[in-house]
Design a protein around this ligand. Structure first.
Ligand SMILES: *[C@@H]1O[C@H](CO)[C@@H](O)[C@H](O)[C@H]1NC(C)=O
Ligand SMILES: *[C@@H]1O[C@H](CO)[C@@H](O)[C@H](O)[C@H]1NC(C)=O
Length: 494
């Protein structure tokens, strides 16, 4: 079984991240969620921390002692008796796939059988870390305390708990002026220092927005706080319109490249400083940046005074530029004076990995259509597994009238809309209807199915503000052309 995500209109990268490993080599266990599966963490051996109080339905477990990698890690750990329902540390070892996985009722969890799966894992008691097992969102921010920092090796490796590749996009417009530009550099320097820059910690670079954006230095140029501070001091004021939107797009495309030092599997973050208001469209730039997998933070400083309001294109620019207007991705400072107290809260945000790995705040307002392969080659038991897979994805979303919407189409040579976006608006109902999808069995024409779904399922949603995604779940063999319809789907809503 494989799954392809096709962003019908933008923001594909964000969801793709979900399928990537979220590991870390550090000694501190990774806080995972109730439904994190073995396959979400593709590592030989890893220490994780399970939250307590997980609802049983988030524990889908296949096997006994050796679990198929589609199983929930925390579910398997409870099943195995390694932790109780109140959570705790677990060590996960990955193992090869097996021919079959058995079903056993243990410690209040009924595991399920599964035939042949490509990878497995097993669990043992983890060593207890210093982190508490909390709910979903765990901030891993642990900024070093400046003064007490000694000449330990830690200084060179940096703050391992805050792995991020960060671009500071500073305001170099005439609007901010030379004097406040220097105060801005000062503030950015303090943030950079507290982040704990180092080889294993955060890396930072700097871009200046002005008439034409200028990349002042890249991620790979400097890996010590001292060098970064020096480089920031050297940056000269450019002036002109702020053109922040243009600079943000430029940063997404030209700054965050692997040539320029972007590391794999580490959150990409751009911190955009705006004094007053942007002179161009920043909403679209924010979308582009997120398509490139870049998390956009807006730090706005000072508000336009009443006389200036007429010049502001869009007063709500901050909320429109960020992922979602829940306040996590935006930050306001009343002025450039007395900014020291704003340093630490900002650093904590920038180091909150759970939020950054495309938190719910990012992918809630989506329309997701699942295109489920019902061909004969899939087989009855794998078909059930596909439905399980689809349910597990659907579970991650806040499904409602104003939140995420889900639809499903089953296809062979034919297509059948199982339910459309407007049919169900609660998670409970969506999960129930997915469970009851009947297996069609027949040939496979994936290309036709994509065209069908774009026309009949996404078509009526043309005016929806949500971003559209098509998720194809298939055993991978199609007898028609997939590439053409996939490209057409991509273009459909542009
Ligand atoms: C599972 O596989 C083992 C061999 O790997 C075999 O002996 C056993 O009968 C299988 N069980 C089921 C239920 O297929
Ligand atoms: C950063 O690295 C690039 C490529 O290695 C180099 O061309 C550039 O001069 C460096 N910039 C600074 C400010 O050191």
């Amino acid at each position: 079984m494989s799954a392809a995500w096709i962003p019908v209109l933008g923001l594909g990268v964000c969801l793709l991240l979900l399928l990537e490993p979220v590991g870390s080599e550090g000694a501190v266990p990774i806080a995972i969620t109730c439904s994190t599966r073995g396959l979400d963490i593709r590592k030989e051996k890893v220490d994780v921390l399970c939250p307590g109080g997980c609802p049983l339905e988030e524990f889908s477990v296949f096997g006994n002692i050796v679990y198929a990698s589609v199983s929930s890690i925390c579910g398997a750990a409870v099943h195995r008796g390694v932790i109780s329902h109140s959570g705790g540390p677990v060590r996960v070892y990955s193992l090869p796939g097996r021919e079959n996985y058995s079903s056993v009722d243990a410690n209040g969890i009924q595991s399920q059988t599964l035939s042949r799966w490509s990878a497995s894992f097993t669990v043992t008691k983890g060593k207890s870390g210093t982190q508490e097992a909390t709910g979903l969102s765990v901030s891993t921010a642990r900024p070093p305390t400046g003064k007490r920092q000694k000449k330990t090796p830690e200084k060179k490796t940096g703050n391992k708990d805050c792995k991020a590749d960060i671009a500071f996009l500073i305001d170099g417009s005439f609007n901010i002026g030379q004097r406040r530009f220097n105060l801005q550099k000062n503030f950015v320097g303090k943030v950079a220092l507290m982040l704990g820059i180092g080889t294993e910690g955060p890396h930072v670079g700097l871009v200046q927005a002005s008439e034409h954006p200028k990349i002042e230095f890249y991620l790979k140029n400097f890996t010590s706080a001292k060098d970064v501070l020096f480089a920031i001091k050297e940056v000269g004021f450019r002036g002109g319109n702020s053109n922040t939107g243009k600079a943000l797009k430029h940063t997404a495309q030209k700054f965050f490249t692997s040539d320029a030092g972007v590391r794999k599997g580490i959150p990409k973050v751009v911190v955009v400083f705006i004094d007053g208001w942007p002179s161009d469209d920043i909403e679209e730039a924010g979308i582009v940046a997120r398509e490139f997998g870049v998390n956009v933070f807006i730090v706005s400083v000072a508000k336009p005074i009443p006389e200036e309001l007429g010049m502001v294109q869009d007063v709500a620019f901050v909320d429109k530029a960020v992922c979602r207007s829940n306040g996590f991705f935006s930050y306001h400072m009343p002025s450039w004076f007395g900014t020291t107290k704003y340093v630490k809260p900002l650093v904590q945000k920038l180091c909150s990995h759970e939020q950054m790995m495309c938190s719910k705040t990012c992918y809630n307002s989506v329309n997701i259509a699942f295109l489920i392969d019902g061909s004969s080659s899939v087989g009855d038991s794998n078909f059930r597994l596909m439905l399980e897979f689809v349910s597990n994805i659907a579970k991650a979303f806040e499904i409602s009238d104003i939140g995420a919407k889900i639809a499903a189409v089953q296809f062979t040579y034919d297509q059948r809309t199982e339910f459309s976006f407007t049919d169900y608006n609660t998670k409970e109902n969506v999960l129930a209807v997915i469970r009851n999808i009947r297996y069609m069995s027949g040939g496979t024409a994936t290309g036709d199915a994509i065209s069908f779904t774009v026309r009949n399922v996404f078509g009526p949603m043309r005016d929806s503000p949500n971003k559209n995604f098509l998720v194809i779940v298939t055993d991978g063999q199609s007898y028609d052309d997939v590439r053409g319809p996939a490209a057409a789907a991509h273009d459909a809503a542009k």
